[in-house]
Design a protein around this ligand. Structure first.
Ligand code: C5P
Length: 435
């Protein structure tokens, strides 16, 4: 695959040399276009040596090949890393003041992935947020940055996701795997001082490479008035752990984030939602191109029938208010119906938080729920006041619609997530026997 790798002028440019190695070792043909500022961090010689192509950022170099048109037209995938605040702004406003921004404007239908890196204040600045929003609305995939130590003494969201995470997201976006990209190149003799190839397993051997996984996480909030809402105790930890496990397995991951107490993992695409109705809209939209949908969010079953536009006041001359509730749509059920109506190949996984009672035990209720929701897998946990919600550990049983033996998994929420993702991979490989 022909890849254009745009490199922005941030200190994280040095990590992009490892990303370039991942692309070339997977057999891809990469042209690097660093911005002027990027070459102050990593020189042109490094990009030329690692890519095997001449490198320039001027529209006036190689004019006879009409570079600024050709590169955008020929690219099958464009990856920009680090996408600095300045580069995001120039891309969002359609500027064409260097070869990279020209190439982005000439890209047509080519998938574009941007991996931002900058200081937290810049990432959270309304100008950057608006630029990211604009780019996403145009179909550009803008990854979430990682959180952690930044260049100075500061830390927070703004770190470049690891090269392996960007590589996986890029391959998934392009619908490619190493296997379809041509034979992996023989290990090349790296130029002196070149970064070592990352030791992570190549994406080709990862179970979800090339697949898009949508995961809902957290808990919805249903407004009563501008300051109050009906919510639930979900922390989002299990959904976030699932997103990290799916990313690790090589998938492109979309996180539909209702209220969460933990940050999204770096390298996933985040869609923020507040209410069940917003989640429904985002889930139906995301499911249209997803291979797997996991509904881990705690969705409010009911919402207030009336939402007051002003704060509800307590008054001595009027009776205390009564909240009338109406039922929210069952998103999981609807996703299954839409998938079945479209005969789409898609695995849908639900979660069920159950407390047994005098009428039945947890598994009885869960089997009944699996039957009603008709999803492929149901991950069941027993909840109570101190169980599961907000905790770091979990204990679940995975039920399958095909009636196979219930599978137990327990440990940290990451352990449980890994078990669920393994089970999903096993289900997918069973559904599509290898050629
Ligand atoms: O019916 P219950 O809320 O127990 O079902 C839990 C599962 O259904 C979870 O996967 C949850 O995300 C999903 N759900 C939904 N829409 C609702 C309620 C729950 O998709 N309105």
């Amino acid at each position: 695959m022909r890849i254009v790798l745009g490199v922005g002028g941030g200190i994280a440019a040095y990590k992009v040399a490892s990303l370039l190695r991942l692309f070339t070792e997977a057999g891809h043909d990469v042209t690097v276009i660093p911005t002027e500022a990027a070459t102050r961090f990593v020189g042109v010689a490094t990009w030329e040596a690692l890519s095997g192509h001449p490198v320039s950022n001027s529209v006036f170099d190689a004019v006879h090949t009409v570079n600024h048109v050709r590169l955008g037209h020929e690219a099958e995938l464009i990856v920009v890393a680090p996408a600095t605040a300045d580069l995001l702004a120039r891309a969002a406003t359609g500027q064409a003041d260097d070869l990279l921004t020209n190439t982005l404007l000439m890209a047509g239908d080519c998938p574009v992935l941007m991996a931002p890196a900058m200081h937290t204040e810049m990432w959270q600045h309304p100008a950057t947020e608006a630029n990211v929003e604009t780019l996403r609305s145009r179909g550009v995939t803008v990854l979430e940055p990682a959180s952690g130590r930044l260049t100075g003494a500061d830390s927070g969201p703004g770190r470049l996701p690891e090269p392996e995470a960007i590589f996986s997201a890029a391959m998934a976006l392009a619908g490619a795997s190493v296997a379809t990209a041509g034979a992996p190149a023989a290990p090349s003799a790296a130029p002196a001082g070149a970064p070592a190839a990352p030791s992570a397993a190549p994406a080709a051997v990862r179970a979800l490479t090339g697949l898009t996984v949508t995961i809902s996480a957290g808990g919805t909030r249903e407004p009563l008035d501008p300051v109050r809402f009906l919510g639930n105790r979900s922390s989002g930890k299990q959904g976030v752990a699932l997103a990290a496990a799916a990313l690790e397995a090589g998938a492109r991951v979309r996180l539909l984030a209702a209220h969460m107490e933990v940050p999204a993992p770096a390298g996933v695409e985040v869609v923020q939602v507040e209410t069940a109705l917003e989640l429904r809209k985002a889930a139906l939209h995301a499911a249209a191109d997803s291979d797997v949908v996991i509904m881990a969010a705690a969705v409010a079953d009911f919402r207030p029938a009336d939402v007051s536009g002003t704060k509800i006041k307590k008054r001595d001359d009027v009776a205390d208010p009564v909240i009338n509730l109406v039922r929210n749509p069952d998103i999981l059920r609807e996703l299954v119906e839409v998938r079945d109506a479209a005969s789409r190949d898609q695995l849908i996984v639900g979660f069920a938080a159950e407390t047994g009672d005098a009428g039945g035990d947890v598994l009885e209720y869960a089997r009944d729920k699996l039957h009603r929701k008709a999803c492929d897998l149901l991950v069941v946990n027993q909840v109570g006041q101190d169980l599961v919600f907000g905790e770091d550990t979990n204990s679940v049983v995975i039920l399958s619609r095909d009636g196979s033996e219930p599978q137990e998994a327990s440990g940290s929420k990451s352990d449980v997530a890994a078990a669920v993702i393994d089970r999903i991979s096993a289900e997918l490989s069973r559904a599509v026997p290898p050629a």
